[in-house]
Design a protein around this ligand. Sequence first.
Ligand SMILES: Cc1ncc(COP(=O)(O)O)c(C=O)c1O
Length: 394
Amino acid sequence: MFETLAAAPPDPILSLIGLFRDDPRPGKIDLGIGVYRDAAGHTPILRTVREAERRLYESETTKTYVGPAGDPAFCAAVAGLVFGEAHPGDRLRAVQTPGGAGALRVLAGLIARSRPGVTVWVPDPTWVNHISILADAGLPVRPHPYFDPATGGVRVDAMLDALRGAAPGDVVLLHGCCHNPTGASLTAADWDAVCDVITSRNLFPFVDLAYQGFGDGLEEDAYAVRLFARRLPEMVVAVSCSKNFGIYRERTGAAFVLATDAARAAVAHSQLVVVARITYSMPPDHGGAIVRIILADPSLTADWKAELAAMRGYVVGHREALAEAFRRRTNTDRFDFLTTHRGMFSLLGTTPEQAARLRAEHAVYIVADGRINLAGLRDDQIEPFVAAVAAVCG
Ligand SMILES: Cc1ncc(COP(=O)(O)O)c(C=O)c1O
C-alpha cells in the first residue's frame, strides 16, 4: 500500500519544536511556534479557564455525543463575541469545530461543494496551513500582494488592484486581524476599501479570525467581520478560541456562514454539518464548554477580558522594547515597524539562510520565512536576541 508515498516534507513551524527541545545550549531562544508565553516563558492556563473547568466538573452529567454541529449555546456565545451589535440574525448560522483549523477545513469543503474549483485569493504571504487546507479541499489558490518588506506595512494599493482583477464569484481569504505571519494589519479605512472592491467585483469573503483580542482589543479586532456582516450579503468566517482563551490543545473553534436570507443560511448550514460529519463526525466538547461557561457569566467574562488584555499588553510592550533595543544596537530606526504590527507575530525581514544561521550560531529559533513570535521572548532575552540578529544581518 504505502510504496507509492514519498515522505512528507517537515512542517516548517512544527519541526522547530523538536529541534529546540533537543538543543542543549543554555540561553536558547524559541520564537517559533505561535503560542503565548508569559514572563516566565510559560503558556499559562487562564484563571477563568480553571474556574470554568471546576464548574464543568461539578455540573457535567453525561459524556454522550454532542452532534456534528456541536453545542448551539457555544456557537451563540461566540457569535456574540465576534459579531456584537452587527449580528445579522437568522442569516447567520454556525457549527462548533475542532479549532480554527477545523473551521477553515469545513468551510473550504462547503465552498468546494457549492462552487467546485473556485479560485481562492490569499495574501502573499499567508499562514502556510491556509494553502494546504484549501488545496486539500480541491480549491485552487492564487496569491495577492500583501506584505511590503521595504516598509513592514501592507501594499494596500497593489492588493486592491489584484482583487479588482479577480473574477466575479472568486473567494478572498482575509485575516480578520493580527496577520500571520507578517503582523502587518489593514486600517479601518483599508478594510472599507476592501469591502468596496468585494462589493463591486461580487467577490466572496472568507475571513479567518484566529486572534481576536490579541491586536487592539476584542471590539477593534472584529472591525472587518462586523463591517462585512453589515454591508455584504454573504461570507464565511473561521473563528479560533485557541489563542484568546489559551486553550490550544482543547481544539475549540467555530465556522460561520452568512447567507442572503435565513432559508439559504439553513441550507448552507445543513451542508456544513454534512462536511463536519464526514470529516471528523463531531467536535470535542471540553473547550467549547469552557468558553460557553465563561461567556455565560458576566463576572467571569469581565475577568477573562482582563486576562486577555494583560496578554495583549504584554505583547505590545515587547514590541516597544524590542524596537527600542534595535534602535540602540543598530543606531537606525530600521526595526521600528515592529511597533506598528499587531498580534503575536512579525516578519523580521531575514532570509532563510539568516534564520538558519541564527539557529546554528546563536541558538535563536525563528521560522525560516523570518517570522518571530514576540510572545515567546522573555524580557531577559531581548538584548541577546537583538545582538544575534544584528550579528547575522550585519
Ligand atoms: C492564521 C491562523 N488561522 C487559524 C489558526 C488555527 O488555530 P487553531 O486550529 O489552533 O484553533 C491559526 C493557528 O496558528 C492561525 O495562525
